[in-house]
Design a protein around this ligand. Structure first.
Ligand SMILES: [Zn+2]
Length: 551
């Protein structure tokens, strides 16, 4: 028993499997809360001794009580912009809403009827491989025929490839195939001397920056994501990039007003491409503030930039060509030396650095950047807990170098649930080191895990991906070398996340004195067949001692 109690409890959980994630990985029976803090953990008898008249008692009946999930790479606004209502900023074209190419074109047709000419039609979510009619992107001709007077932004689920119509491309002055030369190689697709409407990587992000999302749309979006997230047991997120100043203001205000109760670490980063993101980081550094500014509800996170493409297209920067199609472009928005120099600038200004780096070549740039810092000052570099976002394809050498420097990658292991079968095709043997939680954990790397919402599965589904490595869309068992146990996955999804934001002393485990952020699952996650984790639900979510969701 461990307690700081002098009085009776506000709330007691009894008869549970309390996964504490303490240093010994203790699993206990009961836990008690006073105010916003955990006041006692131990046996039923230990906790019952502090139950008074006004104590609310919850009988867990053998269910799991565990720390709330810390999803370290999440996009509350971007994720919530996606929806099926007319007032939503972005029309959702994921496979549940849009199973065929024909249905996607119909959705554009419908939006054209409802919106004033000149208004953006912004969409996201489709994967051509998952269409049940034709497995291809819409063509420029199809988009122009349906929407001659509305700019159309029709984005792939992975976010790195986007189809635009003629009206939209005009915003960047792309009206003729020769205009492609003004942009980085292969980012404006031209086939047989004609524009196809497909933009990739940084040019796509630059044009996406012209799509206008209003403050009202952004607030609605954040609150919608909040509701989804608490139902999935998320109590902390890393907000890894939104739509500029309106978004920073919106998130800060919503947390201060206690509407968005999930704890937020918000990275300095704009999703709209290199120039926007660099501008925001440079401005931040110029002011002299550093990572960590804020309180237990809203803090400024790392300074982020974005090196390569996505894992699902694929468009990420791997060292070797993709296994299924060696001719495909491997995008790099930042070069090797440029990355090293920018990491130094971010660190010299006192910040935790990070960048989106998926392919092993991009990860290597990051590791080399941190090695340059480490060579100058090993202790300071280790203490800064620098990050790498996604860090999807690695090898043992990269992992060992990360371990030495205390680099804290945020890994998208849950994506296997949606894209595992594709990963097997795209990356072949490299799947043995894909989202390498097993090898990272064994090497002592403090890796955390994320959904990259709206891109991947969240909460327990993310844990299912990490544990089972099973593609739940295509029903395919994927490479399991990097699978971790349920208990390891829980530690990665809770304590390690808190560590990556310097908050492990106040949250991330169920220990006396820590913030009362915890969730109750519908079963006993350590006893059931791990393949059944996907069928568990979150019964209750508590943040700061308050029950914010109950099923
Ligand atoms: Zn992201």
């Amino acid at each position: 028993m461990d307690t700081i109690l002098t009085n009776t409890l506000d709330l007691a959980f009894l008869n549970g499997k309390v996964i504490t994630v303490d240093p010994q990985d203790s699993v206990l029976e009961a836990l008690g809360v006073v105010g916003n803090r955990i006041a006692i953990t131990g046996t039923n008898a230990d906790v019952e001794a502090f139950i008074g008249e006004n104590t609310k008692v919850i009988d867990l009946q053998g269910r799991t009580l565990m720390p709330g999930i810390n999803d370290t790479h999440f996009h509350p606004i971007l994720g919530g912009l996606l929806g099926v209502e007319d007032t939503d900023g972005m029309i959702k074209t994921t496979r549940e809403h849009c199973p065929t190419l024909v249905s996607m074109l119909d959705m554009i047709r419908d939006a054209v009827k409802k919106r004033e000419p000149g208004t953006w039609i912004s969409m996201m979510g489709y994967e051509p491989e998952l269409f049940t009619d034709e497995q291809r992107h819409p063509t420029l001709e199809e988009l122009d025929a349906i929407a001659p007077d509305h700019p159309v932004h029709c984005m792939h689920g992975g976010g790195h490839i986007c189809m635009y119509n003629t009206k939209a491309m005009a915003y960047l002055g792309i009206t003729d195939p020769s205009d492609a030369e003004k942009f980085p190689v292969d980012e404006v697709e031209v086939i047989d001397g004609k524009l196809t409407g497909q933009l990739r990587g940084h040019t796509h992000f630059l044009l996406w920056g012209k799509v206008d999302y209003t403050p009202e749309q952004q607030e609605k979006a954040a609150m919608k994501s909040y509701e989804t997230a608490i139902q999935n047991g998320i109590t902390s997120v890393g907000d890894m990039g939104e739509c500029g100043p309106v978004s920073y203001r919106t998130m800060q205000r919503l947390t201060r007003e206690k509407k968005f109760k999930i704890r937020v670490n918000m990275a300095i980063h704009s999703i709209f491409g290199k120039p926007f993101s660099k501008e925001e980081n440079d401005h931040w550094m110029g002011l002299g503030f550093t990572t960590g500014l804020g309180d237990a509800h809203f803090r400024v996170g790392p300074c982020k930039f974005m090196i390569d493409g996505g894992s699902g297209g694929p468009s990420c920067a791997t060292r070797e060509p993709y296994s299924h199609d060696p001719t495909m472009v491997r995008e790099k928005g930042w070069g090797r030396q440029e990355t090293i120099d920018y990491i130094k600038a971010l660190a010299d200004a006192g910040n935790q650095a990070t960048a989106h780096a998926i392919g092993d070549e991009a990860v290597e740039y990051m590791v080399e950047g941190y090695e340059a810092l480490y060579a100058e000052d090993p202790e300071k570099t280790k203490a800064r807990r620098h990050r790498i976002e996604h860090c999807t394809l690695v090898d043992q050498d990269l992992i060992d170098r990360m371990a030495k420097m205390n680099i804290c990658p945020s890994v998208n292991a849950g994506m296997v649930q949606y894209l595992g079968a594709n990963y097997m095709k795209f990356y072949g043997e490299r799947n043995q080191y894909l989202a390498a939680l097993r090898s990272m954990t064994d090497a002592g790397v403090m890796c955390s895990i994320h959904s990259d919402y709206p891109s991947g599965p969240m909460g327990l589904q993310m844990i299912d991906g990490a544990v089972n490595r099973f593609d739940r869309v295509k029903n395919v068992q994927c490479e399991k070398t990097q699978a971790v146990s349920p208990l390891e996955a829980i530690r990665i999804a809770t304590y390690n996340g808190a560590y990556s934001t310097f908050e492990e002393d106040t949250k991330g485990s169920l220990e006396t004195g820590k913030l009362a952020d915890m969730i109750v699952l519908s079963g006993d996650i350590l006893e059931i067949d791990p393949m059944e984790i996907t069928n568990l639900a979150v019964d209750l979510t508590m943040i700061d001692g308050e029950i914010v969701y109950e099923r």
